[in-house]
Design a protein around this ligand. Structure first.
Ligand code: NAD
Length: 324
């Protein structure tokens, strides 16, 4: 039993690869290293350096390694940047998923776990998001993830009853933080923790953007989850699909509670030991006060659990963050 992890040299994919190894499922990585690092992939895991847009390379990887399912983490993940580069975002996230599905159909690979995003919800109308909450993405990134889900749904319908029916599920992630290994980190220049860590390393105070929101401490509330917990649920999804267990089309991997930006900043100050004071600045335009998601369906089906406190998430992210 072997599973292909696209984007397996990235922050989340590399955690998924190691969780598969721990679960005695053989991973194969396909990654073009556009943002990932080959050093994140264990030396004894087969690594194919290629783009998911290269159909022959994907087909070759599926066939050469006897792959039964794919965890599709490869993607362009920057919502803000996607507004400036919509064509690139759609190429990577929509065309890339279409090419992958086409190669999977030809190789008769039927299991698929898709890295989707909270970005599909846009600014939710309810305080706590569940899987029934309406999807109104507000960036090409969120749109491209939603289209990815639709492509997968449609291909499942089209192949139902065939000799190789696709069986898929999409996992919508919220704010993924932390690290289970000191040699894997979130290299994103746009995500909150690496950005604040880099500011502190450069001698600049962390800044809270907006302290007058309608939330318990006045700062924005977001749903932070630990990447290691997320990886465990991918393994559970892969196992279920291999065993023919029916899964929901979509799961939110959310904590149900959320943490405020002030709590995060305080955890960052504690983890880094910095003497720099936390500064307070104005709101950023377009930041909703609170986005929190329930993870009940994932808890029921995918071994989803919050195994880490916010302090542990931040401390583990700092431990792995390059300080140079
Ligand atoms: N990090 C988050 O908080 C978050 C939240 C929601 C959804 N996601 C989604 O999870 C997935 C993984 O995110 P991440 O944080 O690990 O990002 P990342 O940038 O660290 O990893 C993405 C990986 O995909 C690879 N890749 C990109 N385009 C490729 C292509 N065309 N062909 C082959 N490989 C390609 C990159 O080199 C990288 O290794 C992404 O699809 C992202 O949209 C992430």
């Amino acid at each position: 039993m072997s599973w292909l992890v696209t984007g397996g040299a990235g922050y989340i994919g590399a955690h998924v690869v190691r969780a598969l190894v721990d679960a005695r499922i053989d991973p194969v990585v396909l990654d073009d290293l556009s943002s990932g690092l080959e050093s994140f992939v264990p030396a004894d895991v087969p690594f194919v350096r290629a783009s998911i847009l290269d159909r022959d390379a994907v087909l070759g990887a599926l066939r050469d390694h006897g792959v039964t399912g794919v965890i599709h983490c490869a993607g362009y993940k920057y919502a803000g940047e996607s507004v400036k580069h919509p064509l690139h975002t759609y190429e990577q996230n929509v065309d890339g998923t279409r090419v992958l599905l086409s190669a999977m159909a030809e190789a008769e690979v039927t299991g698929l776990v898709f890295s989707s995003s909270a970005g599909v919800y846009g600014t939710p109308s309810t305080a706590v998001v569940d899987e029934q909450t309406g999807t109104f993405p507000e960036s090409p990134y969120g749109e491209s993830k939603l289209i990815g889900e639709w492509l997968i749904r449609d291909q499942e319908r089209a192949t139902a009853g065939s000799e190789a029916p696709l069986k898929a599920t999409s996992l919508r992630y919220f704010n993924v933080v932390g690290s289970s290994y000191e040699d894997i980190w979130d290299a994103s220049p746009h995500n909150l923790l690496p950005k604040v860590f880099d500011r502190i390393v450069a001698g600049h105070s962390p800044v809270i953007a907006g302290t007058d929101y309608d939330t318990p401490d006045g700062t924005c509330v977001r749903d932070y989850v630990h990447v290691g917990d997320l990886a465990i649920s991918h393994v559970a999804a892969a196992r279920a699909l291999d065993a023919g267990v029916g899964l929901e089309k979509v799961y939110n991997l959310g904590s149900g509670a959320g943490s405020s930006v002030r709590q995060i900043m305080e955890a960052i100050v504690a983890a880094t030991g910095t003497d720099l004071p936390i500064e307070e600045g104005p709101r950023r335009p377009g930041d909703p006060a609170s986005i929190v998601a329930k993870g009940e369906l994932a808890t029921r089906d995918l071994d989803w659990e919050m195994r880490h406190t916010i302090e542990e998430m931040v401390a583990s992210a700092w431990a792995s963050h390059p300080k140079a």
